[in-house]
Design a protein around this ligand. Structure first.
Ligand SMILES: *Cc1c(COP(=O)(O)O)cnc(C)c1O
Length: 411
């Protein structure tokens, strides 16, 4: 299967292992615990001598099926799924960092991730927030106790793109773990392993599942990092190939501690959703780029944030790194226009806080998801009171164009 295409491999990956009755999907295994013929079998699973299932908090066959798909999409060595994207991010960091360590993070982050990093600071982990669109800012922040660098791929809502290739080289030089949140790019647009990220997290709740009907998160070990030199690995996680020590610790220790387990039902829903990831992303990215162009030409729009725009500061970087420019964009409507009125005129796009749904979703960000941080912090992130984020879906382009341009012109 290795030389087959992305979608082909996802569609047929379940059948790489024998499935009962010739079923095309791996079944949903709801059992929490697993019974053994002889007690030696249970002891062997506990001691890691044989692979197997004991208790579903840490291992479940339906979750494993989804993990296998993610691993093949990321061309990694192993993956773990979680109940949400936040569960993935928090479990990874709690498993691999300890008090006294230093983390360098992009300051262009999904807001809830910033909130979690602030929590880590309360527990004695130092965090530096830097402008990661410039790798030099990351290099300047490195300290003797730095362990990890964290960036997203495309920032939300203003679509900043971290200098990931240069950051990856820096991390390799300095022996740092590079963790990338690739939610907005999905495994179809970008493979973080290609820039030297050793761990990749996704919120599966977004475009990965695509249908807005199941929460989930994941982490993948890409195999590029030598964990034998990493100081925070517990002895009991040091078995086998050192490239797997980090992810072993996240499963054995992290998932045990946080219990942030994905349900098998949600794992199945997400595995179905991702079968069409490439098709959906191509359509959504195409819709987004065409809408961005239409907005840029509209007199009521001051600025369009989308990596497809030639004046986007990281347009060339996006072109080099990604297969497409993504489906998320923001627009700054001219001041003096009430953006609420414009949004309220939309009939099709849903007023909603989510992103990466098949349906187009809109939200004014200053009054909602970025309300709590205050005006000063919003200004630093280029957010105005008239910034509207649009998560572009897979509707027919003409309908989206009519909706948005109609809503602007009616003012
Ligand atoms: C939504 C999102 C998350 C969190 O995912 P949940 O599944 O909602 O917990 C993390 N990172 C990014 C970039 C996101 O968009």
């Amino acid at each position: 299967m290795k030389n087959r295409g992305f979608t082909t491999r996802i569609l047929h990956s379940d059948r790489e292992q024998p499935i009962e009755y010739g079923s095309l999907h791996r079944p949903i295994h709801t059992s929490i615990a697993y019974g053994f013929e002889r007690v030696e079998g249970l002891a062997d699973v506990f001691q890691g001598k044989t692979p197997g299932f004991a208790y579903s908090r840490q291992v479940n066959p339906t979750c494993n099926a989804l993990e296998d798909k993610i691993t093949l999409m990321e061309e990694g060595v192993a993956s773990i799924v979680f109940s949400t994207g936040m569960a993935a991010i928090s479990t990874v960091m709690l498993s691999l960092l300890k008090a006294g360590d230093h983390l360098i993070s992009s300051r262009f982050l999904f807001g809830n991730t910033t909130s979690f990093l602030n929590t880590l600071e309360n527990f004695g982990i130092e965090v530096s927030f830097v402008d990661a669109t410039d790798a030099q800012a990351v290099a300047d922040a490195v300290q003797p106790n730095t362990r990890m660098v964290f960036t997203e791929t495309i920032g939300n809502p203003c679509t900043q793109i971290a200098d990931m290739a240069a950051i990856g080289r820096l991390c390799k030089d300095k022996g740092l773990v590079y963790l990338i949140d690739s939610t907005l790019t999905t495994p179809w647009l970008f493979r973080p392993k290609s820039v030297g990220a050793s761990l990749v997290v996704h919120s599966l709740s977004k475009a990965f599942g695509g249908h807005g009907d199941a929460l989930g998160g994941s982490v993948t070990e890409t195999g590029v990092f030598d964990w034998s030199a990493y100081p925070n690995i517990h002895e009991h996680c040091k078995s086998g190939d050192p490239v797997k020590w980090g992810i072993q610790q996240i499963r054995k220790k992290g998932l045990r501690d946080t219990g942030a387990t994905l349900s098998p039902q949600a794992a199945h829903t997400l595995a179905l959703g991702v079968e069409t990831l490439a098709l959906r992303m191509e359509r959504a990215c195409d819709n987004a780029a065409r809408l961005a162009k239409a907005f840029a030409e509209h007199p009521m729009i001051d600025h369009v944030f989308h990596p497809s725009m030639p004046d986007h500061p990281q347009h060339e970087r996006a072109r080099e790194l990604f297969r497409g420019f993504g489906s998320l964009m923001s627009i700054n409507i001219k001041s003096g226009v009430d953006c609420f009125e414009v949004i309220n005129r939309l009939k099709l796009p849903v007023i909603s806080t989510n992103l990466g749904d098949n349906r187009t979703l809109v939200i004014p960000v200053a009054q909602t998801i970025y309300h709590e941080m205050g005006a000063e912090a919003r200004k630093e992130l280029s957010i105005t009171d008239n910034t509207v984020r649009i998560s572009v879906g897979i509707e027919d382009f003409a309908d989206l164009h009519d909706e948005f341009i109609g809503a602007l012109n009616a003012g």
